[in-house]
Design a protein around this ligand. Structure first.
Ligand code: CO8
Length: 261
């Protein structure tokens, strides 16, 4: 749609919002205006009843090459801390619909962190991840150190954070950071992500939402509380029509028709 300058929001299917970061000249550097538009597009997808899943992507060359260095290079401490510089990035992690990152090319610094904020990461073989902030005299600020440590372990996270070296799609897959490296070819990773999004959208929305909530709880709660939270949410789904329909359809050997109620 034409309402944005730094992103493109579209619906390749009525049940999917596809958000494409679109600052090609800056390798999709995540400026404040870009992030505000991203937050608006996410909020619009969140309230669109038709939409069951969101896909976030960049270009073939860059998912995003990080926070916008030119925008932040001169800011002072009292502005950064005082005005919670880039604090609005956290809004993405409040979205309750699943978000799939389809990553090609550079995903560096804030770009890598943006992918890590998403629920599922699909990578093209060209994807190049990294937390190069150390080269700029800073450290990750958008969750990189925490989400990477929880995902790929301490030693690797420490190495990457302290050296700033980039890592490949294959390494990211081996370490469990991306769920899959998809085939080569232009647009392949987005196509794959859209197919996955369609599948997720065809499921009962309440169950999908609950599934996202419980998996995310694993990153925040101690095991005992996480298990209790999962069980309670599982039990609560017996109050939904989709549970009745899903299980009846299985017993009657037919496909379920979910009403998302
Ligand atoms: N910010 C601003 N502009 C950028 C950025 C960026 N992060 N990355 C690339 N660009 C611009 C370049 O300045 C250049 O612009 P111009 O043509 O006007 O000179 C254009 O994009 C093309 O870039 P290059 O010519 O450098 O392209 P190359 O193919 O030679 O190199 C690289 C590609 C290797 C990706 C290189 O551009 C690079 O190293 N970029 C910077 C990567 C980086 O350091 N990222 C980390 C940024 S710090 C960060 O993300 C902190 C996040 C904190 C989040 C806090 C949340 C709360």
């Amino acid at each position: 749609t034409g309402q944005y300058e730094n992103i493109i929001a579209s619906k390749p299917d009525p049940t999917i919002t596809l958000i494409t970061l679109n600052r090609p000249k800056a390798l999709n550097a995540l400026s404040s205006p870009l992030f505000h538009e991203l937050n608006s597009a996410l909020a619009a997808a969140e309230v669109d009843d038709e939409v069951g899943c969101i896909v976030l992507t960049g270009s073939e060359k860059a998912f995003a090459a990080g926070a916008d260095i030119k925008e932040m290079k001169d800011i002072k401490y009292h502005e950064a801390y005082g005005k919670d510089f880039l604090g609005h990035w956290a809004q993405l992690s409040k979205i309750r619909k699943p978000i799939i990152a389809a990553v090609s090319g550079f995903a560096l610094g804030g770009g890598c962190e943006l992918a890590l904020m998403c629920d599922i990461i699909l990578a093209s073989p060209t994807a190049k991840f990294g937390q190069p902030e150390i080269n700029l005299g800073v450290i990750p600020g958008g969750g990189g150190s925490q989400r990477l440590a929880k995902t790929i372990g301490k030693s690797r996270t420490m190495e990457l954070t302290l050296t700033g070296r980039t890592f490949s799609a294959q390494e990211a897959e081996k370490w469990g950071m991306v769920s899959r490296v998809v085939g080569e070819g232009e647009g392949e990773v987005v196509k794959e992500a859209v197919e996955m999004a369609k599948l997720i959208s065809s499921r009962g929305k309440l169950a999908v939402q609950a599934g996202k909530e419980v998996v995310n709880a694993a990153f925040e709660l101690p095991l005992g509380e996480g298990l209790r939270f999962e069980r309670r949410l599982f039990q609560s789904l017996f109050a939904t029509n989709d549970q009745k329909e899903g299980m009846a359809a299985f017993a009657e050997k037919r496909k379920p028709t979910f009403t998302h109620t």
